[in-house]
Design a protein around this ligand. Sequence first.
Ligand code: CA
Length: 225
Amino acid sequence: MNILLVEDDLELGNGVRIALEDEGMKVTWLRRVQEAARALDDALVDLVLLDLGLPDGDGLSLLARLRRARDTTPVLVLTARDALEDRLAGLDGGADDYLVKPFALAELVSRVRALARRSYGLEGQALVIRNLTLHEATMRVTVDGRPVELSRSEFDLLCLLVKRADRVLTRRTLEEQVLPGGLNNESNVLDVHMSNLRRKIGAGFVRTVRGVGYVIDRHAAAGEP
Ligand code: CA
């Protein structure tokens, strides 16, 4: 789980970071709207924790920007503004959940877990796209109901692509996430994993975007499963 924490309060931010890291989550902690916007463009983020009152603007503008771009990354808003109209504005702006400060860290952790479950089926139900089902907790993948045996790297690649269906992932992003040692322009390790993955799950599933990377389309093109 990659969490982007956007919070300018140092004490609170540090407490949240430690609480989530204790749960085995990876936390990137930023304090400004602009930095967070860049991180959301560049990095793989599973869930955003978003403060509204930030030094260079309102967190809601970041949320609005995400949703305009049809980015469905779950967002949990953290705010001291507990007035009812503010809550409603946040939820209308596409927030998935809302926590009013001050809150107990245990409550935050449980909301994050619940949101992740709802969005990704990280612990509960499987992710389903077209004729493929993926269960992250058990690393089980089926195509048309038939189990498919994948290596760890193939599974990790598939998992990233499925979680971010309809978004093109660059070669660099995929390499950084799944290949030990990360970047190596000369390496064709990614191509080897991708070709094995395609052989196992069916060729039409992962689409190459020439010169950029790969994408899984939520809906099949004509003639595909
Ligand atoms: Ca703040």
